[in-house]
Design a binder for this molecule. Structure first.
Ligand code: ARG
Length: 466
């Protein structure tokens, strides 16, 4: 709330007629959602302005009354925008606060705004409008991170690092290829937010409390005015359903898990054991006790905050699962989960987008870690090219690996006699040609790690993120 002064005024309850006694202050505080839903005000005003136009079209308001209400809503919006809006005790949510202030400004005609409307369809509308905008904003943030990944990948187009399975060195891969894997995840995330936006692109307004407005309000007109693709087909569903919010949270949870995996990778890579990246000072923190420390807190928090986003999805699903149709006050809890998850995801995307290009990749360390026994598959592939079935080739190279491990040497140190015994036809000269560079180069399949293929993937990515 903006005002520090104790508000003198007190909002009159919309249901005062039915009640003989005032609401208990504790109940007022317990049921209020203003602190959370305040941010919906631009959508609430927009929805109300459209509703006013609908009421004028339905001849429930005169043109003059419509103009008065629309102007008044404009003034309320300006007060909210410039932080001059004075909330008063008993403003239980942003919807009631806006209507209360509107009536103060325009007089009794303000009481006509809610004609044919319930807070149930009003809040469902505001949420849809907010979700639509947030899907667009999230898409832009995801795209920015995709671009950052592509920029870093292009900068290190030739760098090779060990690819891992089971966190054991597996095969050499290009760093660009590895980074583009995250770009693919984000591409699917964008698809999920786009799906959520498209499926949620329906107008709830006109559903009333649940049965549909009792006046001939042109919902198709309202849908057009508010830029919705469709009118929600069932008024009961329109006020009871929160699928669009669930889908948003599911998409957010999956995206947050992707970012968490990237965060974890940065934590690992920044460790002295890996030493694959150096964190810029501006993106690291030190220890209050251990002078030598440089900690990857940003990456850790990105990993940690994913838990919060997952929690929000589960919280909303749990809120919904026992609810009979149609509106129940439990639904008010949707917004806290939704806003927190959206904000958390937004901050994680933003910080990774600036931190990634600032990381110093220690490509020398990566390259030396990508050499040695992780070329064993390439040796087996060589034997296959000489006619051996792969299973046999695997077994023979396995024996050679065992010999190397016992001797504490690498595949490149195997002598001619040992090779002749276990890998007939393969000479030390041939083994010497097995390098990380040769290993990646032969993986030219579509989606593989060969430089030519990764360049093609990079070009496609750059085209798509333009
Ligand atoms: N603040 C409420 C919400 O967010 C508004 C709807 C209240 N409706 C009602 N029938 N009590 O859901």
């Amino acid at each position: 709330m903006t005002s520090r002064r104790r508000p003198k005024a007190r909002a009159v309850k919309a249901w005062a007629g039915r009640f003989a006694a005032p609401t208990a202050p504790l109940v007022e505080a317990f049921t209020s959602s203003l602190a959370v839903d305040r941010r919906l005000w631009p959508h609430d005003v927009r929805g109300s302005v459209a509703h006013v136009r609908g009421l004028v079209r339905a001849r429930l308001l005169t043109a003059a009354e419509g103009k008065r209400l629309a102007r008044g809503l404009g003034r309320v919006a300006r007060e909210l925008e410039t932080d001059r809006f004075r909330f008063v005790a008993g403003d239980e949510d942003i919807h009631m606060a806006i209507e209360r202030r509107l009536t103060e400004l325009v007089g009794p005609v303000g009481g006509k705004l809610h004609t044919g409307r319930s807070r149930n369809d009003q809040v469902a509308l505001d949420l849809r409008l907010w979700l639509r905008a947030e899907c667009d904003a999230t898409d832009a943030r995801l795209r920015a991170l995709q671009r950052a990944l592509v920029v870093v990948a292009e900068r290190h187009a030739d760098a090779i690092l060990p690819g891992y399975t089971h966190l054991q060195r597996a095969q050499p891969v290009l760093l660009a290829h590895h980074l583009l894997a995250y770009r693919e995840m984000l591409a699917r995330d964008r698809g999920r937010f786009a799906d959520c936006r498209a499926r949620g692109d329906e107008l709830p307004l006109g559903a009333g409390a649940l049965a549909g407005a009792g006046f001939a309000i042109d919902r198709a007109f309202l849908a057009r005015a508010l830029g919705f693709a469709r009118v929600a087909a069932n008024s009961i569903d329109a006020v009871a359903d929160r699928d669009a919010a669930v889908e948003f949270l599911a998409a957010a949870a999956i995206a947050a898990v992707h970012l968490s995996r990237l965060g974890e990778e940065i934590v690992l890579w920044a460790s002295e054991e890996f030493g694959f990246v150096e964190l810029p000072d501006a993106f690291a923190t030190g220890s209050s006790m251990m002078p030598q420390k440089k900690n990857p807190d940003v990456a850790e928090l990105v990993r940690g905050k994913a838990g919060r986003v997952l929690g929000a999805l589960v919280a909303l699903l749990a809120t919904l699962k026992g609810l009979p149709l149609a509106y129940n006050r439990d639904l008010q809890e949707d917004k806290a989960a939704l806003f927190d998850a959206a904000d958390t995801l937004a901050r994680c995307l933003e910080i990774l987008t600036v931190m990634l290009p600032a990381l110093r990749f220690r490509t020398d360390r990566m390259a030396s870690a990508a050499d040695g026994l992780l070329l064993a598959t390439d040796l087996a592939d060589l034997l296959v090219e000489r006619g051996l079935p792969f299973r046999q080739a695997h077994e023979r190279v396995g024996r050679l690996v065992r010999i190397c491990l016992a001797r504490g040497t690498s595949l490149h140190d195997l002598d001619a006699a040992t090779l002749a015994q276990h890998a007939p036809g393969v000479t030390p000269a041939i083994v010497r040609r097995l390098t990380p560079g040769a290993s990646v180069a032969r993986r030219r399949v579509v989606g593989g790690t060969a430089p030519a293929e990764v360049r093609r993937q990079l070009a496609r990515a750059a085209r798509e993120e333009r």
